[in-house]
Ligand binder design. Sequence first.
Ligand SMILES: Nc1ncnc2c1ncn2[C@@H]1O[C@H](COP(=O)(O)OP(=O)(O)OP(=O)(O)O)[C@@H](O)[C@H]1O
Length: 267
Amino acid sequence: MAEPALSGPDAGWAVRLRGVTKTYDSGVMALGPLDLDVRRGEFVSLLGPSGCGKSTALRLIAGLAAPSAGVVELVHPDVEPRGSHRIGFVFQEPTLMPWANVRDNVRLPLKLARLPTTDAEARIDAALDQVGLAEFAAAYPRELSGGMKMRVSLARALVTDPDILLMDEPFAALDEITRFRLNNDLLSLWRNLHKTVVFVTHSVFESVYLSQRVIVMTARPGRIGAEFRITSPEPRGEEFRTSAEYAAFCREVSGALAPSYAGQAGA
Ligand SMILES: Nc1ncnc2c1ncn2[C@@H]1O[C@H](COP(=O)(O)OP(=O)(O)OP(=O)(O)O)[C@@H](O)[C@H]1O
C-alpha cells in the first residue's frame, strides 16, 4: 500500500518538503531527510512514536523553526512563503489566556497579524459558530470543559481563515467520547471549509478515522516509513468507526507502525 509521492506538474499541493532535516543545537537529529507533498484540501495525518519528530515537522511547515537542510515550500495563491497568518496552528494544550474571555482569546491572531479590524467581530462570530461556541463568547476559560477549551483553540486557529491547518495532537488529553465528538466536528469543518489539514497523532484509530492519507513515521530521526491512503468515502461517522473496513485499515497501519516502536524503551 506504499504510495508514490503526490508531486506533479499540476502543482496541486499546499505543502512540499524536500530533503528536510532538523538537527537541534543539542545535537539531537530529530527529523529526516523528509520528502512530503500535501495536496490542497487534503487531510493528512503524521503518525509515529513519541520523539520521532512529528511536532518538529509541523513547526518547520509553520515556519516556527528553520530546517537544518532541505526546503519547505507552501503554495497557494494567498500564501506567502512566510505568511504565517495564513497558517492556523492548534497545539495539544489549548493555551488560552486565562484573564481573557473566549471572544478575546479568539481575537488574538487577528491582533498579532495586524489584520484589518473592520470585520474582526464578524470573523470572531463566524469562527465561534464554526466550532459550536457562539453562546460562550463571554465565558472565561475557567468556566469551560476541556473539550470546549479545545474548541476555542480551534476557533482561534480558524479566525484568520487559514489555508493550512496544522494540528499537533489536539485531542490527546481529552476523554474518549469528547475526542470522538471533536473528531466528527473537525471532519465536518474540513468538508465545509476545504482546508488543507496536517494532523499529528499517536493514535492509529484517530489517524484512520480522520485522514485521507496516513503517513507512518520511523523512529527518530523521523522519516516516512509507510503511507496509506484511506479510501473510505465521506462523510464518515459512527458507522464507519465500527465497520470492518475501518478495523482492517487500523490493523494495516498498526502493522506498519510496530517497527517504529521496536527498540524504544518500554515498547
Ligand atoms: N527545541 C528543541 N531542542 C532540542 N531538542 C528538541 C527540541 N524540540 C524537540 N527536540 C527533540 O527532538 C526530538 C523530536 O521531538 P518532537 O517533539 O518533534 O517529536 P514528536 O514526535 O512530536 O514527539 P511527541 O509525540 O512526544 O510529542 C525529540 O528527541 C526531542 O527531545
